[in-house]
Design a protein around this ligand. Structure first.
Ligand code: TAP
Length: 491
């Protein structure tokens, strides 16, 4: 398999002919060759998106017309779900059932924003009562323009959908740059867009590195908005670049999401939700349940059950039946996670379960599901995002203490509270400084509900109607409707 760039409705070789080998993280073997675009390709893609927006009439289509394309894309994704899911496993390493879930969700996201595109037709041009009845004011929502979308490697197709679907629904045109190490399903999305007969230039996909293709997109003067998911470091850089010419920007960054488990919680259920929260997708999830606070009376029991269940997890190639934990996405990510665990050890924490490469694998970027205890509140492992299957567990005594410790983080993406006491669940979920709070569960994600973080976890919200707002400008159109003259200068 050898890919190309998708620019202006056509497949293209990178101008300078660049390519890299794509590595299967389960085997460390190359299985495809990815086209690597650079600044010149990014420029061609942005210019195509600009022309499609300014001259070819995409922003002037009705929401109903755009919905037709979005639904076609959703249908085509579903028709190819199994093949795309397998490609995602080869590229990213996640277990196949998880990949199927992601691809189904991606299709659902296109369907959802098709509905919202249609609703935009009805809700647009709303009359607004103003304080002077000689004027009539209406408010229009208009597409923002050309969007540069930059996404990470943890949910390659799904993150593409979270940005492309609302942007197209709004009437924007898009240049998407997937992560270099997991670009293959985004290339499939391009093929699907072409099959769906999406007009040329409306969606362009430039595969390539962040430092070249990505940097060229985020600094391009013809891009109106940047939509980014990834690390805080690059998010901050993108925000700084966007500031230079006041590009709109939305950021979905990392987290160190706490789960607070009270003594009245169902221990078995809590253990299951912790595991779902930290081992799904090998813990490479921005909202991963990476800090767990357990009320002291149930601390030992819960830890014992968590350790026992964690030791049972089947690790292996994501293509194999029954595997619950695949390899990490790359050698670099494996080294990052291993270094974080070594640092935890140096800082005095106890690695209760896991902590390294499973003995039975000499190839592949496998990392054991890991449970860490006895870390101090100021330790690196408790405070910094690891982005791997590593959970930190600590005891607490009072509700006030739990809330204070949970909130003591520069992140604020997600949090969870486990208790049978509803007033306490309400109190704690109100007190947690996070964009998403789960009660008696962890990680359920709905296309309809807002997704995004407080503090350094990001800026703005994706999904739901908030996701569409990211791609719309607000225009007031005010008309003078009185038959009397205005009469200020000319009486
Ligand atoms: P990032 O470096 O933030 O990469 C995310 C995306 O940004 C990739 O497409 C990357 O391209 C691109 N990028 C990098 N530099 C850029 C630039 N100057 N201009 C425009 N785009 C640029 O994340 P990573 O290195 O893959 O992972 C590092 C850490 O980030 C992880 O360990 C984890 O802690 C965190 N992370 C968080 C998330 C979420 S969902 N919040 C997702 C992934 C990673 P290339 O990768 O192709 O060069």
């Amino acid at each position: 398999m050898r890919t190309q760039l998708y620019i202006d409705g056509k497949w293209a070789e990178p101008v300078d002919g660049g390519s890299i080998e794509v590595i299967n993280p389960a085997t460390e073997e190359a299985f495809a060759t990815l086209a690597i675009g650079n600044e010149k390709d990014a420029d061609l893609a942005v210019k195509a998106a600009r022309r499609a927006f300014d001259k070819d009439g995409w922003p002037q289509t009705t929401g109903k017309q755009r919905a037709v394309y979005l639904r076609r894309i959703a249908t085509l994704i579903r028709e190819r779900l199994e093949d795309i899911a397998k490609l995602e496993v080869l590229d990213n390493g996640k277990p196949l059932p998880e990949a199927r879930w992601d691809i189904g969700d991606a299709a659902g996201c296109f369907d959802y924003y098709a509905d919202l595109a249609e609703q935009l037709d009805d809700s647009n041009n709303q009359e607004l009562a103003v304080s002077d009845d000689r004027f009539r004011c209406k408010v229009r929502r208009e597409p923002l323009g050309v969007v540069g979308a930059i996404i990470p490697w943890n949910y390659p197709l799904l993150m593409s959908a979270w940005k492309v679907a609302p942007a197209l629904a709004a009437g924007c045109t898009v240049v998407l740059k997937p992560a270099e190490i997991t670009s293959l399903t985004a290339v499939e999305l391009a093929a699907i867009a072409q099959q769906a007969e999406l007009p040329a230039g409306v969606l362009n996909i430039v595969t390539g590195s962040g430092s070249r293709a990505g940097q060229a997109i985020i600094t391009h003067p013809q891009v109106d908005k940047l939509a980014f998911t990834g690390s805080g470091r690059i998010g901050s850089h993108i925000m700084a670049e966007a500031a230079k010419d006041i590009k709109r920007v939305s950021l979905e960054l990392g987290g160190k999401s706490p789960m607070v488990i009270f003594e009245d919680a169902d221990i078995e259920a809590a253990v299951e939700w912790i595991m779902f929260g930290i081992f799904w997708n090998q813990g490479q999830v921005c909202s991963a349940t990476s800090r767990v606070l357990v009320q002291r009376p149930i601390y030992d029991k819960l830890l014992e059950r968590l350790a026992a269940e964690t030791r049972k997890i089947t690790i292996g190639n994501g293509m194999d039946e029954g595997v619950l934990l695949g390899p990490l996405v790359s050698r670099a990510q494996h080294e990052t996670v291993q270094a974080a665990v070594e640092r935890a050890r140096e800082e005095g924490a106890t690695v209760l379960v896991g902590g390294g490469r499973p003995a039975s694998f000499d190839k592949g970027y496998y990392f054991e599901p890991t449970v860490i205890t006895d870390m101090s509140l100021d330790s690196t492992v408790w405070n910094e995002e690891i982005f791997g299957p590593v959970v930190c567990v600590r005891p607490f005594d009072t509700e006030e203490e739990a809330v204070e410790v949970a909130n003591d983080s520069r992140f604020g993406l997600a949090a969870a509270v486990m208790t049978k006491d509803q007033p306490r669940a309400d109190r704690v979920s109100n007190a947690l400084r996070a964009g998403i709070v789960w009660v008696n569960c962890s990680q359920p994600t709905f296309t309809e509900a807002p997704w995004g973080g407080y503090k350094q976890s990001g800026l703005g919200r994706e999904l739901g109607k908030w996701g569409l707002e990211n791609y719309l400008e607000i225009k007031q159109v005010t008309s003078f409707v009185s038959s009397d003259p205005w009469g200020w200068y000319i009486k």
